[in-house]
Structures are given as C-alpha cells and as structure tokens.
Ligand binder design. Structure first.
Ligand code: ZN
Length: 365
C-alpha cells in the first residue's frame, strides 16, 4: 500500500525516482478529459443495488467500452458499471471540472462566476451545486456534540426565491405601521415570519446548525435535536428559559451567562457561536438571500467547509471533498432539486394572509 508511512521509509534517491515517475503519470492520467469513471473503476467491490459482494465481470458497454458487472444475487441480478448509483451516475462533467467546481464552492463564488471558470452553463452549475450540497447532508447529522457546548438560536426571513408567483401563499405585503385588529394582531418580538435556526458548537468544533421552525425559539425546537448532544455535555447559553428547560429535561449541566453580561461565572462565552452566526449572515448577504427551500443545504455546506478548514489545508480541500462524495450514492436527478420539501410550514407562516386568499377564492368562485 502506497501511503505516507511507506514513503517516509524511502531514501532521497528513491524519492527522486518516485517523484519523476509520478510527474509522468500525472501528465498522462490527470488531463482535461479524465472522467470520474477513472477514479471509480478499480474500486468496484459490491453491487450498488443490493450491496452483495458476489459480482462478476459481464462484458463491456458497447458505446463507452466501460467494464460491466453482473450481480449474482438471485433476488437482484442487476447489471451495472463503476459509476452506477454513485454521485457521478448522472453527471456529464469530467473529473477536473468537478474538482474546479468544488474549489469554486469552497471559496464561495457565485453561479455566474463558476460558469465562467468551469465552462458549464449557469443552470448546470446550479445543479452541480445542489447535488454536491445534498451529498454532504449526512455529514452534519452524524456529528455528536461533546464537552462544553455553546447553544443559541439565530433567525432569518422566509425567502420564496425560485417560486412560481402563482403559487405564492403571500397575498399582500403589509408595509408601514398598521393598527392591530383581530385579523392582523400586533406581534411583538420575533415574528412568525422568521425562521428559527437552532445552533450549537462544542469545544471540538463539532457543529449543530439546523432549521427548527417558525418564530421565537422554544423548548420543543431545542428538544428536537436532543440526540445530537452526548450525555456529558455542558450547555453554555444566555439566560433564556427555554434553553435552561432543555438542559434540565435532558439532565445536562448548564452554565448560564447572566443577562447583560457576556461571560458566565465559569468564564464561558458564546464567542464561537457568534462567529458562526456572523459567517452565516455573511453567506446569506453574499448570495443575495437564499431560498428557504434550499436553506438547510446551504447551512450544511457552510458547516462542512468550516469543519474541514480546521483540519485541512485549503489547497487540498477540493480533493478531500471529492474523495468524500466519490462513492456516495445520490439517487436524484435535476428534477428532484425543484421538489425538495419546504422545511417550514408556509400555511402557518402566512396564516393571516391565507385567510384573505381563501376569502378571495370563495369570492371568485
Ligand atoms: Zn445486487
């Protein structure tokens, strides 16, 4: 196995030889026409449908000349090739295009900029972006928070970017000051038009950053994510009753920062979390608002790249991400992007306007 430990046993002259050899290989193997298939062809060891290891070679694809395989599991019997049911199964983009594209995403370029750099259309870049974000969704969900853990919520407005205007639940936008009446109660504090995002960062830089619901944070919103906290977590939070309630309900120690102060008696702060919130609002600003349907995907990407930045050299991030997604099975096509379910209930958000719309519809019919 060619790994770092092995390479370190080599003498300088041997390293020199390997270096020259690698240079030649690199020029031959990593070109603008290298496909993703090239990265997957040697690693086929199971059926992508039933994960059975009993597979045999089964001729070649007439068009592409690629190796085909047959699953010998009697209940399955599918034929497939190296890219079947992997991240790249519906992607025409070449290896270098994906690598460049991931690099663009890491530095946060716009679709238009990505299109110029990769030569893929803006729509193509949009699809690649959402495919990429979706493939890394499990990354955040698999992380468990440990040790000292800052907890708080942040808010963002609902954004219906990309919606057909005819499907808009919003009847009219009320502007300026209005006197409250029975249909339009005066809502104090954080309105139910705001999306609440529950967030937590632990001392090992594990992050929880998830859409929790509409309006002001509640005990229930935090409690939805209780499984992300390990038993010995210590919750650091400001003096909001819902977080204290969450901590005590789950038998977690809580270190509360008194209101008006920024340090707890144990000298803990919410500095790391505030930093994350700042990066999040910067992301929303840079993207000129993110459609609510895709909000969690953008959050997941932010969390993933932030985590990776702690561990990996920026130059290696695109190859590292490529390796992470390479064998990932993403069973969705371009069509699915438009059918991602809304993470919040729009009827609940716009109920006061919905009554207007219903009345209007009744009036028309
Ligand atoms: Zn099979």
């Amino acid at each position: 196995m060619l790994n770092k430990e092995f390479l370190e046993t080599l003498t300088p002259v041997e390293i020199q030889m390997v270096h020259q050899y690698i240079n030649i290989l690199f020029k031959n193997k990593v070109t603008s026409t290298t496909t993703n298939y090239g990265n997957l062809e040697t690693s086929v060891d199971e059926c992508p449908y039933c994960h059975c290891k009993h597979i045999v070679r089964n001729g070649h694809n007439n068009k592409t000349g690629r190796q085909r395989y047959l699953c010998k599991n009697k209940e399955c019997g599918h034929t497939f090739e190296a890219t079947t049911n992997t991240f790249f199964s519906h992607s025409k983009a070449k290896y270098q295009t994906w690598l460049t594209f991931i690099g663009c995403e890491v530095v946060g370029l716009s679709l238009r900029q990505e299109s110029v750099i990769t030569g893929v259309s803006v729509t193509g870049c949009f699809n690649m972006r959402h495919k990429l974000y979706n493939a890394l969704r499990d990354y955040q969900q698999s992380q468990k928070l440990k040790g000292t853990c800052e907890v708080d919520a942040t808010y963002v407005s609902i954004n219906l970017k990309g919606w057909n205007p005819d499907d808009m639940p919003r009847f009219s936008k009320r502007r300026g000051k209005h006197k409250p009446d029975s249909q339009h109660p005066n809502l104090r504090g954080i309105s139910h038009h705001k999306i609440c995002i529950v967030s937590a960062v632990d001392e090992y830089d594990h992050i929880l950053f998830r859409i929790a619901g509409l309006g002001q944070e509640t005990f229930e919103m935090y409690n939805k994510f209780k499984d992300h906290f390990s038993e010995k977590c210590m919750i650091v939070a400001d003096s909001k009753p819902c977080i204290a309630e969450f901590a005590s309900a789950n038998h977690l120690e809580a270190d509360i920062i008194p209101s008006g102060e920024f340090k707890s008696s144990k000298l803990n702060t919410l500095a790391a979390l505030n930093q994350l919130h700042q990066e999040f609002s910067e992301l929303i600003r840079r993207k000129h608002g993110v459609g609510t349907r895709h909000l969690q995907a953008y959050i997941d990407w932010l969390v993933m790249t932030k985590r990776l930045r702690y561990r990996t050299d920026a130059k290696k991030m695109n190859t590292e991400i490529y390796m992470n997604i390479m064998k990932n099975s993403v069973n969705w096509t371009t069509d699915d992007i438009c059918h991602i379910p809304m993470p919040i209930d729009l009827d609940e958000a716009y109920y006061e306007f919905m009554t207007d719309v219903n009345q209007l519809h009744q009036h028309i019919s």
